[in-house]
Ligand binder design. Structure first.
Ligand code: 5AD
Ligand code: SF4
Length: 436
C-alpha cells in the first residue's frame, strides 16, 4: 500500500513541477514513506532519516541548494512529534490519509525559518476525492487501492490507529482509476486494501456490491488481462468472492488469507474472532470452487502467552492448510495496541527458534508447490528484464516469480505462454512457447 501511496504522491506532484529522480543527491524534495507495522520498520525510518540528513547537508555545502524533506506514511502518523524532536531538520510530516495536501505543505515550507508543517488528520473528505486526476506511467502491472483502514482491532496491530477506520472507495472512482491505468499501458491490476475483501459499496443497481461483484465489473475492461487482490480477512471471505475465482478467468488463482496462529487460545487473545477450524473450512471451500489455487498467509510467532503447545498448533495448521507461500514474523510489541500490555511476553530466543521452525516448514511447502507447476503451461505477463542477458521476469498466475530467456523483440508488457521447466525456492523457470 505504501508503494501505491508513493506512486500517487508522484502523480500528485507532477503538475507542480516535480518529477521522479532516481538519485537523492540532487533532489529538491525527498519524501520518505514509512511503515509502522513492526518495530524494525520504525527503526529503519530513523536510520534512513540520518542518511538523508547527511545527503542534504552535503548538497547544501556543495551547491547552496536546500532540499525539502517530508516524512509520510504511518510512522509520520503515529510519531509526528517524535520525528520533529529527533530530526528537527525535517520540513513536513504527513500522515497516510493527508498526503493529498502535500503541494500546499511544500508551498508553505519556509527556506530560512525552521517551522515543521505537520498534517496527520483523518480528513472528513476522503483523500481519494483529491487524487483522481493524473496517472503517470506505471509499467505493465499496477496497484489500485480500493479499501483502507480497519475496524477489526487485532490486539497486536497498529493499522486501525495509523490508517483509521474501514473505508471503501466508491465504484465509480475505482473504475475511473482502472481505466486511466489501462490508458497508460497497464495490463494487470492488483486491488489493495488492509481488508480488501471487506470492500463494499452501493452499485449502480442500488444493491450493495462486494469485492466479487467489483472484480466481475473490472473484468469487463477489455485491455485489463490480469486481476489480483490483497490482503483478505477470513471473516470477510464471502461466497461471491469465492465463486469469482471459479467464474472469472482474469482473476488470478492466488489468495492471501492471513490467520496469524493455529492456536484457538492465541487467536482469541489476538481478537481474530474465528477459530483454526473455521479458517481451514474457508480454505476448503475456496479449493472446492477453485481446486488449483495458491493459498498464502501470514503468521506471527511469540505472541504474549504463546506456549510450546500453541506453537505446535500453528505448525499443524500450516501442515493442514498446505500453503503455496506465506509470510511469518516475530511478534513485535506496538505502542497503543492492547497486546503491548499483555503479560507473558515471550523471550526473544524462543521467538527466534519458533520463527525458524515455521519458516522451514513454509519453505518446504513453497518448494513443493513450485514443483507442482513444472511441466505445466502458464500465461505470464512479462514485467521486466532479468539480470542475465536475454532474460525476462514475470509473475505466474499463482504469484510465483518466473524467469525465461528470449532473444525476441522487447517482450516487456506482453503476455507469453511459458512451459515451466524447473522449480526453485522462490521462483520457477520456463521456456517460451508463444507470445501474443
Ligand atoms: N508483530 C508482528 N507482526 C505483525 N503483523 C502485524 N502486526 C504485527 C506485530 N505487532 C503482521 C501480521 C499481518 C502482517 C501485515 O504483519 O502477520 O498480517
Ligand atoms: Fe491489523 Fe489486519 Fe487485524 Fe486489521 S485485520 S487489525 S489490519 S491484522
Amino acid at each position: 500500500m505504501n508503494f501505491y501511496d508513493s506512486e500517487r504522491m508522484t502523480d500528485l506532484l507532477k503538475p507542480h513541477g516535480y518529477q521522479l529522480d532516481d538519485n537523492e543527491d540532487d533532489a529538491d524534495l525527498i519524501v520518505l514513506n514509512t511503515c509502522h507495522i513492526r518495530e524494525k520498520a520504525v527503526e529503519k525510518t530513523y536510520s534512513e532519516l540520518g542518511r538523508i540528513r547527511d545527503k542534504i547537508n552535503l548538497r547544501k555545502e556543495n551547491t547552496g541548494k536546500k532540499s525539502i524533506v517530508a516524512v509520510a506514511g504511518c510512522v509520520a502518523q503515529a510519531q509526528g512529534k517524535e520525528i520533529m524532536k529527533r530530526s528537527p531538520w525535517v520540513d513536513i510530516v504527513v500522515g497516510p490519509q493527508s498526503y493529498q495536501n502535500l503541494p500546499e505543505l511544500i508551498a508553505k515550507v519556509d527556506p530560512i525559518k525552521k517551522n515543521v508543517n505537520i498534517n496527520i488528520d483523518f480528513p472528513t473528505i476522503p483523500k481519494f476525492d483529491h487524487l483522481d486526476t493524473n496517472i503517470n506511467e506505471r509499467g505493465a502491472s499496477a496497484f489500485l487501492t480500493i479499501q483502507e483502514g480497519c475496524d477489526k482491532f487485532c490486539t497486536f496491530c497498529v493499522v486501525p490507529f495509523t490508517r483509521g477506520s474501514e473505508y471503501s472507495r466508491p465504484i465509480i472512482s475505482i473504475i475511473d482509476e482502472a481505466n486511466k491505468l489501462i490508458d497508460v499501458g497497464v495490463k494487470e491490476i492488483t486491488l489493495l486494501g488492509q481488508n480488501v475483501n471487506a470492500w463494499n459499496a452501493p452499485g449502480p443497481d442500488k444493491t450493495i456490491w462486494g469485492l466479487g461483484r467489483l472484480i466481475e465489473e473490472l473484468a469487463k475492461i477489455n485491455k485489463l488481462e490480469f486481476i489480483r487482490y490483497t490482503t483478505s480477512h477470513p471473516l470477510d471471505m464471502d461466497i461471491e468472492l469465492i465463486k469469482a475465482h471459479r467464474d472469472i478467468d482474469k482473476l488470478m488463482p492466488y489468495l492471501h488469507l492471513p490467520i496469524q496462529s493455529g492456536s484457538n487460545k492465541i487467536l482469541k487473545k489476538m481478537n481474530r474472532k474465528h477459530t483454526a477450524k473455521q479458517y481451514l473450512e474457508i480454505i476448503e471451500k475456496v479449493r472446492d470452487y477453485k481446486p488449483n489455487i495458491a493459498i498464502s498467509g501470514d503468521f506471527i510467532v511469540g505472541f504474549p502467552g504463546e506456549t510450546e503447545d500453541d506453537h505446535q498448533a500453528t505448525l499443524q495448521l500450516i501442515e493442514q492448510a498446505n500453503y503455496a507461500q506465506a509470510y511469518s514474523f516475530k511478534y513485535s510489541k506496538r505502542p497503543g495496541t492492547s497486546g503491548s500490555v499483555f503479560s507473558n511476553q515471550i523471550d526473544e530466543n524462543i521467538k527466534n527458534s519458533r520463527l525458524h521452525e515455521v519458516q522451514e516448514l513454509l519453505r518446504s511447502q513453497q518448494i513443493s508447490f513450485n514443483e507442482t507447476t513444472v511441466n505445466s503451461t502458464i500465461k505470464v505477463l512479462v514485467l521486466k528484464k532479468g539480470k542475465k542477458n536475454n532474460q525476462y521476469l514475470g509473475r505466474s498466475p499463482f504469484n510465483q516469480s518466473v524467469f525465461f530467456n528470449s532473444k525476441n523483440k522487447n517482450l516487456i508488457g506482453s503476455t507469453v505462454d511459458l512451459h515451466i521447466t524447473e522449480a526453485f525456492q522462490n521462483s520457477v523457470a520456463g521456456e517460451i512457447i508463444n507470445d501474443y
